[in-house]
Write a protein that binds this ligand. Structure first.
Ligand code: SF4
Length: 332
């Protein structure tokens, strides 16, 4: 059975892009592979972003990310779900990998170049980010990593690190492969300004747990197909982000109504947006209610994370012991 590993950035409240692009896939893989689906809220990685140097904010965001995943139906009894800093072996393996990874390879990473382009002083953690990521994956001998295509280079480096370690110290790690979620759509931002993303600010995102009246305020002013200048002008839902959202949230009869109504100018954009809000309400309300319940029972989340860390360490400890032996650390 494949062993799946995925790291989840503790960005606080996830948005619907995260939900359709990754979180739903976690539930699906969890149903297929059970405890061999290993998911980790990567709070150590978050430290590479200067905005994470806020003790309470980092802890709160880590907690909220776990809560949101449980609220959408990820069952911590079924999968292995934990927080990265609760399993110190990640850092130990990362240090060993740091010593077999050329600085030049790390400097060539596109994400590193993008993130450091405007920085006057570059934290070493940004350079080492992909090494820690390789340790996250290989610590569990995971062979399958569900990621976005922007992570291709990092997975290739992970494979390279596995090869180097195996060559230097004997066959130990598998070479993991990236699994791209072909269903994952590039969810457009609600401001019509490219892909939905936290880095683009609140105006671009629709939070999974955002109050529905706040969602409506964003939908109300969202751009539509520019061809529909007047109410009587026909449009094309395939050129409209509201049309894209309908494809994610609405049932088939509503989608057919929108396509037909838009192309014949039979419905106006406000009515179309109201239909969307209705579909979103039906989809998001049970998730938001479950999140509310979990907020009232924080011990559920904390207990699940403690249990998850124990399960993760039970897998990681013997692998780390094998690594220590192969590297040649003194045993007492
Ligand atoms: S009717 Fe709907 S899909 Fe068509 S342009 Fe207006 S908002 Fe977009």
């Amino acid at each position: 059975m494949p062993r799946v590993f995925s790291g989840i950035q503790p960005t606080g409240e996830p948005h619907i892009g995260n939900y359709f692009g990754a979180m739903q896939n976690y539930v699906k893989l969890g149903n297929l592979y059970g405890k061999n689906s290993i998911y980790c809220v990567v709070d150590l990685h978050a430290l590479t972003s200067p905005t994470s140097f806020d003790r309470e904010l980092l802890a709160q965001r880590t907690f909220d990310m776990a809560l949101a995943n449980f609220a959408i139906g990820l069952d911590p009894q079924k999968v292995t779900f934990f927080v990265q800093s609760h399993v110190p072996e990640h850092q130990e393996l990362s240090w060993i990998f740091t010593n077999i990874t050329p600085v030049g390879d790390l400097e060539r990473m596109t994400q590193y170049k993008d993130k450091t382009e405007k920085l006057e002083s570059i934290p070493a953690g940004l350079l080492m980010y992909p090494v820690l990521m390789a340790a996250d994956i290989l610590l569990y001998k995971a062979d399958t990593v569900p990621v976005g295509e922007d992570q291709t280079q990092h997975i290739e480096l992970t494979r390279e690190i596995a090869r180097k370690f195996n060559h230097a110290f004997g066959e130990t790690f598998p070479e993991p492969k990236a699994e791209y979620n072909r269903q994952a759509l590039r969810i457009p931002g609600v401001d019509g300004n490219g892909k939905m993303g936290k880095s683009k600010g609140e105006s671009s995102t629709i939070g999974l747990l955002e109050p529905l009246d706040s969602i409506w305020q964003k939908l109300r002013v969202a751009p539509t197909d520019p061809a529909r200048v007047r109410r009587t002008d026909p449009g094309d839902p395939d050129k409209c982000l509201i049309g894209d959202y309908h494809k994610l949230f609405s049932d088939l009869p509503t989608i057919e109504l929108v396509y037909q109504g838009c192309r014949t100018a039979g419905i106006g954009c406000v009515d179309c947006k109201k239909l969307l809000l209705q579909s979103m309400t039906e989809h998001l309300t049970p998730i938001q209610e479950r999140a509310q319940e979990l907020r009232g029972d924080p011990d559920f989340v904390r207990d699940a994370l403690s249990q998850g860390a124990r399960e993760a360490r039970a897998i990681a400890a013997p692998i780390m012991e094998e690594v220590r032996t192969k590297v040649g650390f003194l045993k007492l």
